[in-house]
Design a protein around this ligand. Structure first.
Ligand code: ZN
Length: 366
């Protein structure tokens, strides 16, 4: 079944909005047009010439990759680097390329939730939640419209706090206005000062949903000119951020847990520092390069921190108190491919998908 690329992008970006990516990242549509129709997608961690060949050979016209093919600006595309070659081959073969990277890392149902599942972690939460990702929206409407306006705010994604939905604060008051010459006031007469019994509604909204929530509110609000305020908040937003932390159902001796990591992630080798002298219960994780979260993992009282790309000196940190495990970048992120496949299959049941077989770990062990 062919699908407009824009619908696939809309689905992925509703799940992991591009605005949640880190500043250095380049997630989103990298090659192609949202208007083109696509018949089959290849899912991969990395885009390489072999992966492009595979896509072409299997009739795919879209590659959905975790790591962006293009990170920095390309000044010329002559095929002098692997990235340039891939760009040339993708365009030559009408292949669209879409990347879903740190925006998929930073949500609760993304890369790390998949890693948590593979390691049998329960009670998971974001390890380093972000601040500055929430806004407060305040609006004022005639009291008899307050329920309708509130529901529109909630239905579009406002009012979620932790395990609670439909959160708002409502206060009765009086609004005043006077419609000018060209106005068509919903209540009162133009050019006459009007006082209306109004409700002040305030609720909380993730930054990336502000436009959608405001538009939904404007749709149902009866006034010609709607008064509303958007306030930035410094609150921590627990649903967005880096890494995850969770617990094992049953504590395990450190060596047993490390063997479990090896087995469940299919690692040939894992690197780790000194084992802790007690059983492992709390585990912090970050798929891919996650050393920047070592302190957060330690502060959160993790017994083990599982990540990748750990440098030599970083293994000295917290040794004996928290075991740091480098299980490999590819190994800790490979579940992302199945995650994307299952999410896309649920939403586009008749759209053909293939998980790349040519996207292999570039790191070998002797
Ligand atoms: Zn990665």
């Amino acid at each position: 079944m062919s699908v407009k690329l824009a619908s696939i992008i809309a689905f992925l970006e509703n799940l992991a909005p591009v605005s949640l990516q880190e500043s250095y990242d380049n997630s989103g549509l990298l090659i192609g047009s949202p208007e083109q129709m696509v018949n089959k997608a290849l899912i991969t961690l990395d885009v390489t010439p072999e992966v492009i060949e595979e896509a072409v050979a299997h009739g795919c016209d879209l590659i959905i990759a975790h790591h962006p093919l293009i990170f920095k600006g390309l000044k010329r595309i002559t095929g002098s680097s692997e990235v340039e070659t891939c760009v040339i081959e993708a365009i030559r073969n009408h292949l669209a390329i879409y990347a879903i990277h740190t925006n998929l890392d930073n949500i609760t149902s993304g890369v790390n939730s998949q890693l948590a599942r593979k390691l049998d972690l329960i009670n998971t939460r974001i390890l380093a939640p972000k601040t500055g990702s929430l806004k407060k929206i305040v609006t004022f409407c005639p009291t008899e419209y307050a329920h309708k306006v509130r529901m529109a705010l909630f239905d579009a994604g406002g009012g979620h706090i932790g395990n609670y939905s439909h959160c708002s604060f409502n206060q009765a008051g009086e609004g005043t206005f006077m419609g000018l010459e060209n106005s068509q006031p919903f209540v009162g007469e133009k050019e006459k000062l009007h006082t209306e019994a109004e409700t002040r509604i305030e609720t909380i909204v993730p930054s990336f949903k502000v436009n959608a929530v405001i538009n939904a509110m404007l749709e149902v609000h009866p006034y010609e000119e709607v008064a509303y305020d958007i306030y930035p908040l410094e609150n921590i937003y627990t649903a967005i951020g880096s890494g995850m932390i969770g617990t094992l159902e049953e504590p395990l001796p450190p060596i047993e847990f490390l063997n479990k990591i090896k087995k469940n992630l299919g690692c040939q080798h894992i690197k780790h520092n000194q084992l802790i002298p007690h059983e492992v219960q709390t585990v912090a994780i970050c798929g891919g390069s996650g050393s920047f979260l070592t302190e957060a993992a330690f502060r959160a009282k993790a017994d083990v921190f599982v990540t990748a790309d750990v440098k030599y000196h970083e293994f000295f940190e917290h040794r004996g108190k928290m075991t740091i495990v480098d299980a490999g970048h590819f190994e800790t992120e490979q579940g992302t491919k199945e995650l994307l496949e299952s999410l896309l299959t649920k939403n586009f049941p008749n759209f053909a998908l293939r998980i790349s077989k040519k996207n292999i770990n570039p790191v070998s062990f002797l």
